[in-house]
Design a protein around this ligand. Structure first.
Ligand SMILES: [Zn+2]
Length: 76
């Protein structure tokens, strides 16, 4: 029924769309305002050796640990 070439073209289209989405999501570190506003990364938008997403995850990590502590019944 279906044309394998059309299926391949559709897969390639979806792949390109997914890659474009990914690139758009990861382009924030190239926005000068985001880099300047972010105190976590350098002028190139890098936090150490990784690309910075300009989001401070410290608070979220702390909340996560708190949940784990409560779930595990740890007192400290
Ligand atoms: Zn940053």
């Amino acid at each position: 029924m279906s044309d394998p070439r059309a299926e391949k073209a559709e897969r390639e289209r979806q792949y390109r769309a997914a890659m474009a989405d990914y690139a758009a999501e990861n382009a924030s570190h190239h926005q000068p305002q985001a880099v300047v506003a972010c105190g976590l990364c350098d002028d190139e938008g890098y936090r150490g050796l990784t690309v910075c997403d300009h989001v401070d995850h410290t608070a979220a990590a702390r909340r996560g640990m708190e949940k784990i502590r409560r779930a595990m019944g740890w007192q400290r």
